[in-house]
Structures are given as C-alpha cells and as structure tokens.
Design a protein around this ligand. Structure first.
Ligand SMILES: *Cc1c(COP(=O)(O)O)cnc(C)c1O
Length: 421
C-alpha cells in the first residue's frame, strides 16, 4: 500500500518547499515527536526566550516604570504589524488586547448597542466555538434579544443560502468564525458581509483559526468588526493577548461596554467622568500584559518573512497530502474525512471522523508520538501548521496512525473524557 504513496514523494515536496528553512526558527525539542496541533497552541519561536529575557531583565529589571512610554504603544504597534502581515487591514484598525472572549464581548455589545431598537435578533452558527455562542447568549439575555442558532454541517460548515434565508431587517448582529474550529470549513467573508449589509446587519468575525493560516483581507471583504487569538497559528504563546479589529469608519460611532481607563480620552488627566478616546483606543480596557504581548514580535518576524500567501499555499498542499493519505490508508479502518474536501474551502487543519476518535487520539499521542487533538463528536483534528511542519511529518504521522488503526492499539486506551482535550 505504501508503494502507491512512497515517502520519497513527501521528501521531494520538502526539498521544493520555499518555507522549509523556517522550521529552524522554532524550538523543536524532540525531532521524533510530530506536532500537528499548531492550530491549538503554536510552537515556540527560537528567538522568543532571549527576547523575553531581555525584556524582563532590561525593560523591567533596569528601566522599571520608565519603560511604560514605550510599552503603552505596543498593543497598537503589534496590531498594525498584524494588520499588515496577516489581516489585510489599514494602520489604526487592529489592536492587541485582552482575550478573544473579552474582545467578542466588547465588540458584540458595541454593535448591539448601536443597532436600531427594532433589530432584535442575533444570528450565530449553532456549531461555532463555545465561547462565541456563550458570549452572545449572555449579551442577548441581558438585552432581551433573540439568538438564532443556524444549523450548520459538522463537516462542511454553514451554507451561505441558509444564512441568506435567515437574514432580514430584524437582524442586528451576525457572529461567525472564518474557519470552523472543528472541521476547518472556510467561509467566504466578502459574500457574507455583502449579504448582511444588504439587510443592514453587522457581522462580527472570529478569525482565531484563520489568522496566520489563511490570508484575511479585512479591507477588501468590507469587514466591520473582527476578533481573533494570537496563540494558534500566530505562535505568540499560551494565553497570549488577542486582537480586535474595528473598521476605521465605524470606530467613533461605537462604544464598548467596559469603561476602563485605557479607553479614556487623555487617560492621564485622570478625569472624573468616562469619555471614550477617539478612534481605536476606545476599545481598550486596562493595563496590557506586557510580557505576554512581547512574545508576538518574534513570532510575527517569522510570518512576515514567510509571507501569508506562501504560508497558505504550503498549508493547502500539506492538507492535500494529509487527505490523500487518509483516503488511501485509513478508509479501510473506518475513518472518513470530516472537513470540506475542496482545499479552497478549508483552513489549515483537517479533521477525520472515527467512532473511537478519542481513544485513537490518545494512542496516537502516546504510542505514535503524534500530537493532534480530539474534538466532539468522534473527531480527530490534525493541524499541520505550515511554518514548521514538513511534508514528511504529515507522511510519518499518517503512517503511524495507520499502524495504530491496523493493530487496534487504541483499544488499550481509556475512553473517559479528560479535563483538557
Ligand atoms: C481559540 C478560540 C477562542 C479562544 O478564546 P479565548 O478567550 O482565548 O479562550 C475563541 N473563539 C474561537 C473560534 C477559537 O478558535
């Protein structure tokens, strides 16, 4: 069977890979461990430890509070870098701050408060990431609005005609993920924005599984609002602050609900009453976590060097190889593709369905030394992040997965859920 898909073909793809050298820019602590979970927590860039060490010793240890005039600009500076290298936004439209969940709350609330009173519906994808749905449920409950959860296909994502049918003049806000966390299904942001605009509704995009993996064109797609995290394909480290985007023209007519001093006009005048700063600053809340923020710089250096279009091209090819091998090798063992088959409709991860996916993912990690993850229901998610994953890693991972399936090695694994999957 291997003869049909020999390993040397993967080796040749690596030899042709213009991004191959960038793998050395990451810490690869164990070369035998195949890491296909960069969509959950990106790898550590090799430059990050020294960068943070310098910041801690010099910026904090020696300069102390005198560093703040520099630090205070970092959320905006990093937002502009992200806008340029990953998001297709203009300067002054993206800022790095808070978590994705908190930014969702801020922007969804701002959009709902600005919507006309007769718009009483919020649309979400019923299969979207939990925090997105929960945040909207809470906001809607507090305002007496209705959340309509649109049914979407677990493997193929939300159909545009289904969304169009649900859009009318009663819709205030639509919350969607560009790339589905479960299946990797990729939505056409421009088409969705246009459909929503036609009925006067606002779309808030979650770019968490798209940023750093697929080119996002916030300006070109006519996006008003977006959020996303930096610890997945953007490699800024566990719990690194998220980003938010507000289209320039919309900034001054929106108000976010957390009235902190970083969102205040002339912050250091310490005025009695809250008066939101003009522009993007009004979407800030409080003192930024400088040590976490700092890790985004070395990560973005690598992305900038690679170029998001080349990252996407490689990500597409890695996914195609993965799907080809899954079809050939794993179908006989009861696996089936649980992502869109067309790579243009997929982000950078690929999901496989198997009734024993949880135990298989455990056997794959322990015996196979391949780290992917399990997602409900019955899905094994494999994310070959393009900046540091080789084609041969995908080949070896699928070979090890086939071996585990053939030997039924997963039967020895516990089937109970754990605190983190
Ligand atoms: C990863 C992810 C989040 C994470 O939110 P946090 O506030 O960082 O926990 C939110 N939404 C989506 C769609 C995600 O993929």
């Amino acid at each position: 069977m291997t003869d049909d898909h020999p390993r040397y073909v993967a080796k040749e793809l690596d030899a042709d890979d213009q991004l191959a050298h960038l793998r050395d820019r990451f810490v690869i602590a164990d070369d035998d461990l195949i890491y296909l979970d960069g969509n959950s927590l990106g790898r550590l860039p090799a430059a990050t430890p020294a960068h943070l060490d310098r910041l801690v010793r010099h910026g904090w240890g020696e300069q102390l509070v005198r560093s703040w005039p520099t630090w205070i600009e970092w959320g905006r500076r990093l937002g502009d870098r992200l806008a340029r290298h990953a998001l297709g936004a203009r300067p002054g439209e993206v800022v790095v701050s808070d978590s994705t969940s908190v930014n969702l709350y801020k922007l969804a609330a701002a959009a709902l408060d600005a919507a006309p009173a007769d718009r009483r519906t919020v649309l979400v994808d019923a299969e979207d990431f939990p925090t997105d749905r929960y945040v909207v449920q809470g906001l809607a409950a507090a305002r007496g609005l209705t959340v309509r959860a649109l049914p979407s296909d677990l493997d193929d994502g939300l159909r545009l005609d289904r969304l169009r049918n649900a859009l009318d003049h009663r819709v205030a806000l639509v919350l969607l993920s560009t790339v589905s966390y479960r299946s990797g299904a990729l939505l056409d942001m421009g088409a969705v924005n246009a459909a929503a605009r036609a009925v006067g509704a606002v779309v808030l995009w979650d770019l968490s599984h798209a940023a750093g993996a697929v080119p996002v064109d916030l300006t070109g797609t006519g996006t008003d609002l977006a959020v996303g995290c930096t610890y997945k394909y953007l490699n800024a480290g566990p719990g690194a602050p998220a980003f938010l985007y507000v289209r320039r023209e919309a900034q001054d007519r929106l108000r976010q609900p957390i009235q902190g001093w970083f969102g205040q006009r002339d912050q250091f005048l310490m005025s009695a009453a809250y008066d939101p700063a003009p522009g993007l600053d009004r979407f800030l809340v409080g003192t930024p976590p400088i040590l976490s923020l700092a890790a985004l710089d070395p990560a973005l250096d690598i992305l900038a060097e690679a170029g998001i279009d080349r990252v996407r091209r490689k990500g597409t090819r890695l996914g195609e190889l993965l799907v080809e091998l899954a079809d050939a090798w794993l179908t006989p063992y009861g696996f089936r593709l649980a992502s869109p088959r067309d790579p243009r409709r997929r982000g950078s991860h690929v999901t496989l369905h198997h009734p024993e996916a949880l135990r298989i993912s455990r056997a794959l990690a322990t015996e196979g030394r391949v780290v992917g993850d399990y997602r409900t229901p019955d899905r094994l998610r494999l994310g070959p992040a393009p900046l540091y994953t080789r084609f041969v890693d995908v080949w070896d991972a699928m070979d090890r997965l086939r071996d585990i399936a053939a030997r039924r090695a997963w039967e020895r694994m516990p089937g109970e859920p754990s605190r983190v999957t």
